[in-house]
Design a protein around this ligand. Structure first.
Ligand code: NAD
Length: 357
């Protein structure tokens, strides 16, 4: 179980250090190797994704990633900015399936902007295709409109596209993930308007024949956006394309109230994955020892579940997190009156202690 540890910038090193403590407390044989990425990669060797870092990530079974980015790199050319590291890793490792769970622990129900009865106990998983769709489709550009009412004026255009194999592979990933959970999969599209979505839906229906134990439903993206705030607990697993997934996963994230709690995974066809918190490098609080390490710790739990197939160990970590929250320990981002305020390291150490119980 070889893990490339890429802490990155800002709070990245602080939160990754706590996740590493948790992994090391599991009595498993992990081989952990660390390398600089993002702004730290640029400082070390002039590029946000140094060759040696990419080689390490390629050779590993999984990548534990902190976060990248800092305002001080804003003036750099786009290809040298820290954020390019994550795009490069996705591309080189062929990570096409993004898993974003939105889980709301009972203890944090009042942190959500929705009523507690709507969100308490929420546990849904959004699977977003990451390599295709309108974000990468060609042709694209800004040109002089060739025809129509506005011929000759400037127009911007993009191409939404998905090939059948691309939809098929994300469909398999989604059905298999649904199988490991509540066995209900909702495919979100806009098939009433878009040809790309019609193909998406047809392929989902075809792949569904191989998963008779999973109930497949379809929903238009506009309705899905509504249902996520109206009755989010009706969902189990959602699968959708790159653009719809980008938007819906952030909407679902906010149901839980705190970005410091949300893990994520990006997987390739062989369950190799990159695991990272859903938040960024939070330069405003970096170095202060107050960042919430739970999203990163829960990302490590996802790694155990999806790359290493160690479900029991993943549950051990998730249960340890629940116990720590139940005892009232909170980092400042999730702190409320009556709770015990702790820093990054104390939170990580409390999870390690709860693991041993
Ligand atoms: P951010 O997610 O870093 O921070 C947003 C707000 O949430 C800040 O107030 C921050 O203090 C808070 N926050 C985030 N994580 C937290 C945690 N674990 N505990 C407590 N509070 C937390 O987003 P931003 O400020 O828009 O971006 C900062 C930098 O991060 C930028 O350079 C951006 O490009 C980068 N970024 C990187 C990734 C990534 O590495 N995948 C993702 C998003 C943003």
């Amino acid at each position: 179980m070889k893990i490339a540890v890429l802490p990155g910038d800002g709070i990245g090193p602080e939160i990754v250090a706590e996740a590493v403590k948790v992994l090391n407390a599991l009595d498993e044989k992990f081989e952990l190797e660390q390398a600089p990425v993002g702004g730290a990669g640029y400082e070390a060797s002039g590029h946000p994704l140094p060759d040696a870092t990419l080689a390490l990530a390629k050779a590993a079974d999984a990548v534990l990633f902190g976060a990248v980015g800092d305002w001080k790199y804003d003036a750099l050319a786009r290809e040298l900015r820290p954020e390019q590291a994550i795009l490069g890793l996705r591309k080189h490792l062929q990570l096409f399936a993004n898993f974003r769970p939105a889980i709301l622990y009972d203890e944090l129900a009042s942190a959500s902007s929705l009523k507690p009865e709507i969100v308490a106990g929420l546990d849904i998983l959004i699977i977003r295709e990451l390599n295709g769709d309108i974000y990468f489709g060609q042709p694209r550009g800004i040109r002089s409109a060739p025809d129509g009412l506005f011929a000759g004026s400037r127009e911007g255009f993009d191409t939404m596209r998905y090939s059948e194999p691309e939809v098929r592979r994300i469909a398999h990933v989604a059905f298999q993930a649904a199988r490991k959970r509540g066995k209900r999969l909702c495919s979100v599209d806009k098939a009433n308007v878009l040809e790309t979505s019609q193909l998406w839906k047809d392929v989902m229906l075809d792949v569904a024949k191989e998963y008779a134990d999973v109930e497949l439903s379809h929903m238009y993206v506009d309705n899905a956006a509504m249902q996520l705030v109206k009755a989010p607990k009706n969902f189990d697993v959602i699968v959708t394309g790159n653009m719809f997934g980008d938007i819906l996963s952030d909407e679902a994230a906010m149901l839980t109230g705190s970005i410091g709690m949300l893990p994520s995974a990006s997987l390739d066809a062989n369950n190799k994955g990159l695991y990272e918190p859903s938040h960024g490098s939070a330069p405003d609080i970096a170095g202060k020892g107050v960042a919430n390490p739970l999203a990163t710790i829960l990302s490590a739990a996802m790694m155990l579940r999806y790359t290493f197939g160690k479900t029991a160990q993943a549950e051990r970590i998730e249960n340890a997190v629940k116990r720590v929250l139940a005892r009232g320990l909170r980092t400042p981002d999730i702190w409320q009156e009556g709770a015990t305020k702790v820093g990054t390291r104390q939170m990580g150490e409390a999870v390690v202690a709860a693991l041993q119980e």
